[in-house]
Write a protein that binds this ligand. Structure first.
Ligand code: SF4
Length: 455
């Protein structure tokens, strides 16, 4: 079977696995979710093309040309909330005879909407596994877990027994030198990877349990290290961004992974998202020794940790930053602005976040507006209140507007934070500018000026 895998149409959108947002820096992350699925299906002899429409000025025209040339039997895409309006445009121009198959959080949360907009199948679980079972059964969904079709929703996730059985990414399917990310050193080839799936925690705003279920599963440390070695030797990859929502659910796993890297003497730098626990100085030092250069911690809003069910404390957040600095790792703070903040005006909320970033001495930060993605607890509670807007384009954590009514304009709070941050953290900004790639630097300056004009 000939299968075409496509990204979103929107140039600056990061949409890979769970991530879905317009990148502030214009980072273009390789669509490794599509590559992983395409690699898996290729092993069974199915012909694959991965088409990154974000690389083209007129993406829809390129897509139509590609359809004529490749003549696929099926189209596969990651239907995310932030990209849904663009994803439906792609489906609309796809000929009727091409089967349209969606995986992704929006498709899983709202399969009926996906079908109304032209999809034929929705996958739930590990998309590599669900799609392989479906395609190898001649697209007959009957009796296969995790395959929904119109009027027959199947919510049993179709999961790999063993994540180690996923083949190594075949990065020859994409043009690696077209991608850039703000934290990747200039001129170095990089990729993203996903080494674990699912999360047992219950943060009210998080999509991970919706996408992969609450069962935490991970590849073995040996398998991950071997894949890094392969990607380095076969494709010249020098930096890896782990997209695991939480890289350190198991401390032992992190330690073993670092030991496997050191054993193989693999010269790759890597970055990962972490919870602030379990974190300790020994583990962080070992990570540094094994090539980790930056960790991104979910700080969110420390005053609301209980409300958002983060299951941690502000003390642990501060300890994680202190220990990361001691270990020589750059530590970034991921902050989320929530509508139920107790602050009475935008300036006061912005000052509080700026002060928090200063106290943490975060090397860099990302500040997003809380987005109630369908499938999350936040979506349910705001739906009940009746304050949600129905335009999916607003459900973009990197966007400027909010998809709900709120007493504060969180977009304005975000703008104030971005404008004032460099003046409060000049040293960190200069450090960041040293390594940042030129494309990202230009975008960052442009965005800064845009924010300044709107202030
Ligand atoms: S710990 Fe991280 S991945 Fe898990 S539910 Fe919370 S935010 Fe999501």
């Amino acid at each position: 079977m000939k299968i075409l895998y496509v990204t979103t149409l929107k140039r600056d959108m990061v949409k890979v696995w769970l991530c879905q947002e317009t990148s502030f820096f214009g980072s273009l992350i390789p669509p490794v979710d599509l590559v992983s699925i395409a690699t898996t299906l290729s092993q069974d002899g199915h012909l694959a093309r991965v088409l990154d429409l974000r690389l083209y000025k007129k993406p829809l025209d390129v897509y139509k040309m590609f359809l004529k040339e490749f003549k696929p039997d099926a189209l596969v895409l990651n239907l995310a909330t932030a990209s849904a309006v663009y994803d439906y445009e792609i489906v609309k121009v796809t000929p009727r005879e091409v089967k349209k198959i969606a995986f992704g959080s929006h498709a899983i949360a709202l399969p009926e909407e996906a079908f109304q907009n032209g999809f034929d199948y929705v996958l739930y679980g590990d998309p590599e596994k669900a799609l392989r079972d479906l395609v190898n059964n001649n697209l007959n969904a009957q009796g296969i877990d995790g395959i929904s079709i119109p009027y027959n929703i199947n919510r049993t996730p179709n999961l790999f027994e063993d994540l180690d059985s996923i083949p190594y990414l075949d990065l020859s399917m994409i043009e690696l030198n077209r991608y850039s990310a703000v934290y990747v050193d200039r001129g170095r080839l990089f990729t993203a990877m996903l080494s674990s799936r699912g999360c047992p925690f219950r943060c009210t705003y998080c999509l991970n349990p919706t996408f992969f279920s609450r069962r935490y599963r991970t590849q073995s440390p040996e398998r991950i290290a071997e894949e890094l070695k392969f990607l380095n030797r076969r494709f010249g990859i020098e930096e890896v961004l782990f997209l695991d929502a939480t890289f350190n659910i198991s401390e032992l796993q992190v330690i073993k992974f670092c030991e496997e890297l050191l054993k193989r003497n693999i010269k790759i730098n890597w970055l990962c998202n972490m919870r602030v626990e379990p974190v300790n100085l020994e583990m962080l030092k070992l990570m540094k020794e094994a090539g980790c250069k930056r960790v991104m911690y979910g700080v969110e809003d420390v005053a609301l940790l209980e409300d958002i069910k983060k299951d941690t404390t502000s003390q642990k957040i501060f300890d994680a930053f202190t220990n990361s600095r001691k270990a020589g790792l750059a530590a970034d703070a991921y902050v989320i602005l929530f509508p139920d903040t107790k602050h009475l005006n935008e300036v006061s909320y912005a000052k509080y976040i700026l002060n928090l970033l200063k106290q943490l001495n975060a090397d860099a930060f990302q500040c997003n507006i809380a987005i109630p993605f369908p499938g999350t607890e936040l979506f349910k509670s705001l739906s009940k209140e009746g304050s949600l807007k129905s335009d999916w384009a607003l459900y973009d954590p990197g966007g400027k507007k909010m998809p709900y009514c709120s007493k504060l304009d969180l977009g304005k709070v975000k703008r104030i934070i971005f404008i004032r941050y460099p003046f409060m953290n000049l040293k960190n900004i200069l450090n960041l500018l040293k390594d940042i790639d030129l494309k990202s630097l230009k975008k960052m300056l442009k965005k800064y000026l845009e924010n300044l004009m709107q202030a």
